[in-house]
Design a protein around this ligand. Sequence first.
Ligand code: PHE
Length: 352
Amino acid sequence: MMEDAVETALRNWDGEELVVRFDRPTGAWILVAIHSTRLGPAVGGTRLMTYPSFGDALADALRLAESMTTKFAVVGFPRGGGKAVIAVPAGFDPTRRLALLETYGRLLGALGGLFTTGPDIGTSSEDMDLIDRVAAGRAFSRTPAAGGKGSSAPPTALGVFSAIEAACEVVFGGTSLEGRTVLVQGAGSVGGLLIERLARAGATVLFTDVDAERIAAWRARGFRFVPPEGAISSDCDVLAPCAVGGVLHHGTIPLLHCRIVAGSANNQLVEEADARRLKENGIAWVPDFVASVGGAMAITGMEALGWSEDEAEERVRGIGHVVRRVLRSAAESELTTAEVARRIARERLGGP
Ligand code: PHE
C-alpha cells in the first residue's frame, strides 16, 4: 500500500482510533484498531500473523474491528468493537515472541481499558495469560489455571448450532435437525465441536478440510469426508463455513446446493453484492457476524460482566432469536439478511 493509500484507508474508516507501534527488535507492527466504544469498552481478538504488506495488516485490523462492533451491537451485548493485529515479518524468530507479547501487553496497559482482547488467529489462551500478567484485566479467554474461562471455541460452536436450528425453523418449518444434512467446512476447533453437536442432534454430517491428519481423524470417527474441490456444490440442507473467509462469491454462489448457509468463519462474503446473490438464489444466509458472536460474547460476559456458565449459555442460545428475526424480515422484504442485521446493529448504535 502506498503512503497515500494508508491515508485513504484511514479516512474511509469510520472508527474512533488506531494505535500503531513498531517493535524494532522484531520488525513487527502492532496495530490496535478501536472502532467503537459507543456500547462499552472495545473488545476484539489479537491476530498474530505475517501479512504481505503493512497495508494488508492495516486493512485487516480496520475491517475486523468494525465487524466486532456490528457483532456485539446486533445481539445487544454491551461492548464496543476493536481488533489488534500483530504483523510479524516472514521468518519471525519464535524465541522473540514472548518479548513481543510483553511489549504488546504494556501497550494495552497504557490504553487504560479502552481495549480488551481475546485470542484470535495466531494467539492462544496461554498468550492471554501472559498479556494479563503484564496488563491485568486486559485479556480474556485465559486458561482456567490462570483464572480464565479457556477457549472460546465451545460457546462459538454452540452459537453456530443455535443459528442453524433457528434457520431450519424459518426455512423448513421446524428446528429439528433429524434427517437434515449439514456440510461443515473446516473441522478445526469450532468446526469439530459443531460436528459433534450436529451429530448428537441427529443430523447427517459431512465435512471437508485440507489437513490430512484431521481428515483421517474425523473419518475414523465415521464422518463422511467431501474433498475441498467439490465441497461447495455438495447436496446438503445447510452449509457451515467454519474455516477461511471469502468462500461466498459470484463464482461459488451459483454452485451451491443448499438452502441455508450458517457458519463461524469471519467475512464469508467477498463483496456486499454476494448477500444479494445469495438471496436471489433462494439461500438463507445467516450473516457471519451474527453466527460467530457466541465465543466473544460468552467469554467476555463471564469474565467481565459476572455471568454464570448457565447465563452465558442462555445468551448464546439467544443468537437463535436474532437469526429468526433477521431471516424472517429479509424473507418478507426486499432486504438481504446482511442489510437487516446491519440495520438492527445501527439502531442499537444510535446511528443513521
Ligand atoms: N476471536 C474472538 C473474536 O474475534 C476474540 C475474542 C475471544 C474476544 C474471546 C473476547 C473473548 O470474536
